[in-house]
Design a protein around this ligand. Structure first.
Ligand code: PDD
Length: 287
């Protein structure tokens, strides 16, 4: 069965889905995106993702292409047509199509919208979480507005490739102060030696992960001590546990940083518990 993509108002077989060569997303990375985890055909963490989408668009002064209600309907229809129950939904909104000129088109053109859906093997993802993954560190080279979820992801792609080439699953960016900012496509966490759950604060130049935000709530509700405070790679190695979060990874234990074991080198109980709590909550609140 061919996969279906939504492209500017039409549902088309993915092999025939095309965008214009002068789409500003293609020429300038002048576009934002969102990724939802899909549980049983439903979009996880809807409020957080829609709020961030509106914020990203607002920061770039791109119009919301349609109401949130209409967008939800289109996202769900794309999911339905793909017959995928467990997976990821990708939405990209660019400033639109215009003759190449760095400044915004004037008058404004309609934003261009693309949606795709991909399948996730939940059993494989659980198996990976049970084993834990390796990360590598890499210097922070990104622009100063990583809080906006733009498709300008070249440093992230290069970092991910660096990880892949040494058998790691994620790369952690490390800033000039020697502190971990976040992963190439995830937020970074540790459970430090005192049992405190730590992740970088959002005053730093990081993406405000929707999974991160939900997990902060869940962790506090579960009575864990939580601090939005940065850590170094060495602190991650000295920690009891480390993990990453994101729509793709959910909560995924990190057992190695730059080839060295985190704590005792095995996934820990806090990450396992938070993964369970997150998935339960995401399933219960998905739309
Ligand atoms: N990435 N940090 C970065 C740089 C990311 O790209 C992502 C998500 C996250 C986690 O955010 P959230 O919890 O909202 O998924 C943090 C998505 C999944 C991607 O690029 O595919």
């Amino acid at each position: 069965m061919s996969r279906i993509a939504y492209v500017n108002g039409r549902y088309v077989p993915k092999v025939e889905a095309v965008v214009h060569i002068e789409d500003r997303g293609y020429q300038f990375a002048d576009a934002v995106y969102e990724v939802w985890a899909l549980f049983d055909g439903k979009l996880a963490d809807p409020r957080g993702h829609f709020a961030r989408l509106e914020r990203s668009l607002g920061e770039l002064r791109i119009d919301l292409p349609m109401s949130q209600r209409a967008l939800t309907a289109v996202l769900k229809e794309t999911v339905r047509r793909n017959r995928i129950r467990e997976g990821l939904v990708y939405l990209q909104v660019s400033r639109g199509v215009a003759t190449r000129d760095h400044a915004f088109p004037s008058p404004a053109v309609p934003p261009a919208v693309v949606i795709t859906v991909s399948r996730v093997d939940r059993a494989a993802s659980e198996a990976r979480a049970a084993k834990g993954v390796a990360v590598v560190t890499t210097p922070e080279t990104r622009w100063g507005r990583c809080d906006i979820k733009t498709v300008g992801l070249l440093p992230n792609a290069l970092a991910k490739q660096k990880a892949r080439e040494v058998g790691a699953v994620e790369a952690w960016f490390v800033d000039d102060l020697g502190l971990v900012t976040e992963g190439a496509s995830s937020n970074a966490w540790i459970v430090d030696g005192d049992g405190v759950l730590r992740t970088r604060d959002t005053n730093a130049n990081i993406l405000r992960g929707v999974t991160r935000l939900s997990l902060l709530d869940l962790a506090r509700e579960a009575g864990l001590k939580v601090e939005e405070r940065p850590f170094t790679p060495q602190e991650a190695l000295d920690a009891r546990e480390a993990f990453i979060t994101g729509a793709g990874t959910l909560v995924l234990p990190v057992v190695k940083v730059d080839g060295k074991p985190v704590g005792d080198g095995a996934p820990g109980p806090v990450a396992a518990r938070l993964r369970r709590l997150y998935i339960e909550r995401a399933k219960a609140t998905a739309v």
